[in-house]
Design a protein around this ligand. Structure first.
Ligand code: TYD
Ligand code: MG
Length: 462
């Protein structure tokens, strides 16, 4: 017989407790324990001692993993070269960011020669059909269904034997034997486990859609991240049309690739040239603006940094940062003050990375520092200059990786000058003509001198 039991589960890490507590002992988060009623099936599973099967790794031979192209090069890149057969992929992001749209669009390509099941717990079949028509999705191998019962879905999948299953969304799925509401931690975790087993035992690729609320959501995404093979985050400013797809966990590829999309009235379109997109609309001759060259995985991307330095009206000046780490900004301000004598104590500082991009690469330090310098002096540094370099606490500019790709990308996008770490110059290929003037700077003061020299030359030309 089934027996009901109340437990308290941390929505951050999934740790279970028999009693409520204010703080989770496992992950240290406060106020995250939620009450859940769990019904356990009776009957003990029979595990026989001595049943552990061992295989020698040298005696095993498997073919390379099969990958399905999704028809979206940007998504394939983030997945590590296509959707792996038998893998479980979690696609998460804020509601309304475009998860359902993306998955329905890739059905067009996936269902061409394969059988794809699109199961929605959020929309009716009619709604899905209307959306598919609007997106121009049609394929003989695509089947849709509106269902929220996990067991029914798994039974159906066993019978139908599709190649790919899409579950939209995991928060709407439920198992009848668990007496919690859909979307609760227990339901989400148990359903995910069931879909994981389905994917592995039938060798079917499964996409799960997971919503994330502002504070991490009811079903703390961390709980699911442990279970699935790949976790993709779809992010971007909902007001802007650009969306960035990022892998935060991938058992079948690298996690630092990003895919860039644009949401238009007929669905998502791939952006093959993100630098051009991120630089479009850049104002000319305005102070506080620099262009940095950052590496997103194997791809160099140019992005615009804006700094606004204005007289403060507060006793403690404000520091606000969007797209760049706040603490790192404070460190850079301290370095500029101590090593270059720039005083920001009487100024509010606002930093923004354009296009909703989040920069966490140390090589972006120099661009931020020069934007702050330009903002403080209220003098623009020229719109044909790209910069990159890591700033040390001593004010030194440290070498960065992939200098050739970065310089090439800047030249490709029409930049004429590039300020780079002096110690990285040796990594440049002497025989290659990059088609761009490259200036090396060893420390922050030298970088300022380069800027001054460049603007003097430009003035003379005019
Ligand atoms: P959707 O894929 O439903 O979001 P999610 O599944 O992540 O919750 O996308 C919803 C948003 O996308 C909605 O605000 C409208 C917009 N959209 C377009 O701009 N163009 C389109 O062709 C479609 C289908 C949606
Ligand atoms: Mg949706």
């Amino acid at each position: 017989m089934a027996k009901a039991k109340t437990v308290y589960i941390c929505s951050e890490c999934g740790q279970q407790y028999p009693k409520w507590a204010g703080r989770c002992n496992a992950c240290g988060a406060w106020n995250t324990l939620e009450e859940e009623v769990v019904v356990k099936k009776s009957g003990t599973s029979s595990v026989k001692v001595g049943n552990l099967k061992l295989s020698s790794i040298n005696s095993m031979s498997f073919k390379d993993e099969t990958r399905y192209p999704t028809g979206m090069g940007e998504l394939d890149r983030v997945l590590g070269g296509g959707l792996v057969k038998g893998s479980l992929v979690l696609l998460s992001g804020d509601p309304g960011i475009g998860k359902s749209t993306l998955l329905l669009q890739i059905c067009s390509c996936l269902a061409d020669g394969k059988k794809v099941l699109y199961i929605s717990g959020e929309e009716s079949e009619r709604q899905i059909k209307l959306r598919a028509d609007r997106l121009g999705v049609s394929a003989d191998g695509l089947y849709i269904s509106a269902c929220t019962d996990c067991d029914t879905i798994i039974e159906g999948v066993r019978a139908e034997k599709p190649d790919v299953v899409i579950i939209d969304s995991i928060q709407t799925m439920q198992m009848t034997e668990i007496q919690s509401v859909p979307g609760s931690l227990v339901q989400v975790r148990e359903c995910t486990n069931a879909f994981m087993q389905m994917a592995k035992s039938l060798d079917i690729s499964v996409f799960l859609v997971g919503h994330v609320n502002k504070d991490g959501g009811i079903a703390g995404p961390k709980v699911l991240e442990h279970i699935v093979d790949t976790v993709l985050y779809f992010e971007g400013d909902k007001q802007l049309s650009y969306r960035i797809l990022r892998a935060v966990k991938n058992r079948f590829g690298s996690t630092n690739e990003i895919g860039v999309f644009e949401m238009r009235d007929r669905g998502l379109f791939e952006v093959e040239n993100p630098s051009a997109m991120l630089l479009s609309g850049r104002p000319a001759g305005v102070s506080g603006i620099t262009v940095l060259c950052t590496m997103e995985g194997s791809r160099p991307i140019l992005a615009e940094v804006q700094a606004l330095v204005s007289k403060t009206g507060f006793s403690a000046p404000r520091r606000v940062s969007a797209g760049f780490d706040y603490n790192r900004l404070c460190v850079l301000l301290a370095v500029l003050e101590k090593r270059a004598g720039l005083l920001f104590g009487a100024y509010d500082v606002y930093i923004n990375i354009i296009g909703g991009l989040k920069i966490d690469e140390p090589a972006s330090d120099l661009a931020i520092a020069l934007a702050l310098y330009s903002g403080l002096q209220d003098k623009d540094i020229g719109d044909d200059v790209a910069v990159f370099g890591e700033l040390g606490l001593g004010g030194e500019i440290r070498a960065v990786s992939h200098i050739r790709q970065r310089v090439r990308e800047a030249a490709r996008m029409g930049f004429e000058k590039c300020i780079v770490p002096k110690s990285s110059l040796k990594d440049l290929d002497k025989s290659e003509n990059y088609g761009i003037s490259i200036y090396g700077a060893a420390n922050i003061k030298q970088a300022f001198s380069v800027i001054e020299a460049i603007s003097k030359v430009d003035e003379k030309k005019e």
